[in-house]
Write a protein that binds this ligand. Structure first.
Ligand SMILES: O=C1O[C@H](COP(=O)(O)O)[C@@H](O)[C@H](O)[C@H]1O
Length: 261
């Protein structure tokens, strides 16, 4: 069977990107709710939460354009081993950008932050977060991998995503759902992350990358296929993977763009 390609959607402005991202997330939300009554989504930190908030907090334009946070079960694609109110915490960022801005009747069904009693032992931190996934996605014996409805990911300027870094041995992890990393090249060094098999098994994976600072790595990911973590996701997920980028981020990239309809 021929391998499918990821969808590369490039937009002239952040506003247009946010509108398309909103439509895509709502489509994914509705499919998840239809499938199992909730929407199981994992989010990243970095630059993503701000763009996501711009997309999701916009007023609804009609009955087909409804973000129903009360059906959302939110997980973290990766997290830093810091307290939940620390400036480096991905949870703190998502809370400040998005969760704190939701009205009382639109609080998510669940927000799965890390259990901070395990900050000193990141293997334990990862194990505990994996147990959180097991509790939501059924037991590890009956489900080989959790299948998220959607992963909302960023792409670092080195091609990392989640806390999966180029050339790191964690890219070869095949068993664990959640893994610790002690030597992240980007600070802080201690983190936990969803593993590559979990990322690539999601129903949908969406990357958001904006700004000219990403154009060199985007060329490597799309035109050179250089074995970078983001490129590995593209390769394994194919057309289940969609990129929402602005024009500066893909300047010089020859990989064909698709129109977002
Ligand atoms: O360290 C991290 O970086 C990536 C990418 O961040 P960005 O600011 O370049 O978009 C992010 O997706 C990840 O969650 C975070 O822990």
């Amino acid at each position: 069977m021929p391998k499918t390609q990821p969808n590369l959607y490039a937009f002239p402005s952040g506003d247009v990107l946010a509108q398309a991202l909103r439509a895509y997330v709502i489509q994914s939300q509705n499919a998840g709710i239809e499938r199992h009554g909730v929407f199981k989504v994992a989010v990243s930190g970095g630059s993503l939460p701000k763009t996501l908030a711009a997309a999701l907090l916009a007023p609804s334009s009609g009955p087909g354009d409804v973000v129903d946070f009360s059906k959302w079960e939110i997980f973290f694609a990766d997290e830093r081993a810091v307290p939940l109110d620390h400036a480096d915490s991905n949870y703190a960022l998502v809370k400040a950008e998005l969760l704190d801005k939701l009205p009382a009747d639109q609080q998510p069904a669940a927000v799965h932050a890390i259990d901070t009693t395990h900050l000193g032992d990141i293997q334990e931190l990862a194990d505990q977060y994996e147990k959180t996934l097991v509790a939501s996605f059924a037991s590890r014996d009956s489900v080989r991998l959790p299948i998220f409805d959607l992963l909302l990911l960023g792409c670092g300027p080195d091609g990392h995503t989640c806390s999966l870094f180029p050339g790191h041995e964690l890219l070869r992890e095949v068993d664990a759902w959640v893994a610790p990393i002690e030597d992240s090249p980007k600070p802080p060094p201690k983190r936990i992350t969803l593993t590559l098999p979990v990322v690539t098994h999601a129903v949908r994976v969406a990357f958001v990358a904006t700004g000219g600072g990403k154009k060199d790595i985007m060329k490597q990911i799309f035109d050179a296929g250089a074995g970078l973590p983001c490129a590995l996701v593209n390769e394994a997920a194919g057309d289940r993977c969609s990129w929402f980028v602005d024009e500066p981020a893909v300047e010089g990239v020859t990989f064909p763009r698709r129109a977002y309809l």
